[in-house]
Design a protein around this ligand. Structure first.
Ligand SMILES: *Cc1c(COP(=O)(O)O)cnc(C)c1O
Length: 378
């Protein structure tokens, strides 16, 4: 069986997706075909922002946002310690310094209290200048924007929402990817809204940022691609991906609804056995992952082996805190501690999660966990 069943999704929507792809091939407008514009309109409408600017992938989207703000050497960018590598990598790519911040024990998203401590720590140190907070909507649940917006305002920082996993989620009906001064998402195939290759998008309400972002993604273009007014990158969403995404957007909300049913069933079966994910009252998760926590690294290994024995894949997101990554070894910030992230990295386990997960499969996954953890307790 599949961890995220893209094959079943394709089978159920094959006709419409094939038709959309064939149209692109017939037109041969592989770059900047009309579908790219159409998709940008549909996505900004869906999210509720003024602009959507698509690009090559989610990592580029983060980099483009930081470039649009001229973030660079000497600037501190605050990033959760428990996330995918890209969230910090993009900061280093523009020459700025990522400052990692511990996460909240309940939501696994950036901890507002730890964030404020980190800002004060950096500001008091006199070396780097605090500039940007990158929030990650981890596993599909939006970060705590009520609290984070207060901090961002208080210290006059910019907010960049990394909604690579959060697309489709919401807080009080306000959609993810509308919370930052700029927000980004990824259309990597396994993300909530995935294409058939790499893809990404940037969202903003700000006219000036939107202009700069459109220029940056095509070699810093001015009036056209042969008039270059700044150093940019080559990062476009190709027409084939846009056409696929236009079709997939039509049944996206239905899939999110389905994922929420799967999550509710998992939680119902597992709540007495393991630590289950908590979605706060006013929030909707897009369930990029359904992540439980076991009691120890040994117990996690046992559960993984038990699942593998009956042909069920599981995955560890994430095994290593960002501050422990070799690539960031010179970025250690003295005096910062990460007890929650460290604990999560040694106990978390993500289970198969997608709109096409069958009840029978879910039951056997839960049976394995109950048996393994139950035996351990005895
Ligand atoms: C996947 C992901 C990215 C990067 O997206 P790509 O399209 O793979 O470059 C960035 N941030 C987070 C949190 C992600 O999960």
């Amino acid at each position: 069986m599949e961890f995220r069943d893209l094959k079943q999704q394709y089978r159920e929507h094959k006709e419409q997706i094939d038709r959309a792809m064939q149209q692109v091939i017939d037109n041969t407008n592989f770059i900047s075909g009309f579908q790219v514009n159409d998709l940008e309109e549909k996505l900004s409408e869906y999210v509720g922002t003024k602009y959507c600017i698509t690009c090559g992938n989610g990592t580029d989207a983060l980099q483009l946002a930081l470039m649009a703000w001229n973030i660079g050497p000497g600037d501190a960018v605050f990033v959760p310690d428990f996330t995918f590598f890209s969230s910090g990598e993009a900061v280093s790519l523009v020459g700025a310094t990522p400052v990692f911040v511990d996460v909240d024990e309940v939501t696994y998203n950036i901890s507002p209290a730890s964030l404020e401590n980190a800002i004060n720590e950096v500001a008091g140190n006199g070396g780097l200048v605090p500039k940007v907070v990158i929030t990650v909507d981890l596993f599909g649940q939006p970060a705590d924007y009520d609290a984070i917006n207060k901090i961002v305002d208080k210290y006059h920082l910019l907010l960049l929402e990394d909604g690579a996993q959060g697309f489709g989620g919401s807080i009080r009906k306000q959609k993810a990817c509308s919370f930052g001064n700029i927000a980004i998402t990824s259309f990597f195939p396994a993300k909530p809204l995935g294409c058939y290759g790499d893809g990404g998008a940037v969202f903003t309400d700000n006219d000036e940022y939107a202009d700069i972002l459109r220029s940056l993604r095509v070699h810093g273009k001015g009036t056209d691609k042969y008039d270059n007014i700044r150093i940019g990158v080559n990062s476009r969403l190709d027409t084939l991906q846009a056409a696929i995404l236009l079709e997939k957007l039509k049944f996206f909300d239905e899939e999110i609804g389905q994922c929420n049913l799967v999550a509710a069933e998992y939680s119902n079966r597992l709540k007495e056995i393991v630590k289950i994910p908590v979605v706060l009252d006013n929030m909707v998760s897009s369930w990029a992952q359904y992540t439980i926590c076991l009691q120890s690294i040994e117990q996690r290994t046992q559960v993984m082996q038990g699942l593998r024995a009956v042909g069920i894949p599981s995955a560890i997101y994430y095994k290593k805190p960002m501050h422990c990554q070799e690539a960031f070894k010179n970025k250690k910030y003295e005096g910062m501690i990460y007890p929650i992230t460290e604990k999560l990295c040694s106990t978390c386990l993500s289970l198969p999660m997608h709109a096409y997960l069958e009840e029978e499969t879910l039951n056997s996954i839960c049976d394995v966990i109950v048996t393994t953890v139950g035996e351990k307790l005895r």
